[in-house]
Write a protein that binds this ligand. Structure first.
Ligand SMILES: [Zn+2]
Length: 82
């Protein structure tokens, strides 16, 4: 038999998202989190960052600037209105 006791658990949720490139606030207080790019990359052992995990967020403007420098255009899918 197991006897249980009540415990309090603190959880954390995203409150504010700031663009790593320009420093502007993208969303606050649980606002729309779909208006930015969020990247998390765990680098493998033997790479330049040997086992580190990097994460960053970009606003739409910085994302647009970044992808404009790509030599090969990004893949696109979804609904396009003509
Ligand atoms: Zn930005």
């Amino acid at each position: 038999m197991k006897k249980y006791k009540a415990v309090q658990v603190e959880i954390q949720e995203v409150d504010t998202v700031v663009c790593n490139l320009c420093g502007r606030t993208i969303s606050e207080h649980g606002g729309n989190h779909d208006c930015h790019v969020s990247v998390e990359k765990k680098w493998g052992y033997g790479t330049k960052w040997d086992g580190e995990t990097h994460s960053f967020d970009l606003c739409e403007t910085c994302y647009e600037e970044l992808i404009s420098r790509f030599k090969i255009d990004i893949a696109r899918s979804g609904i396009f209105l003509l």
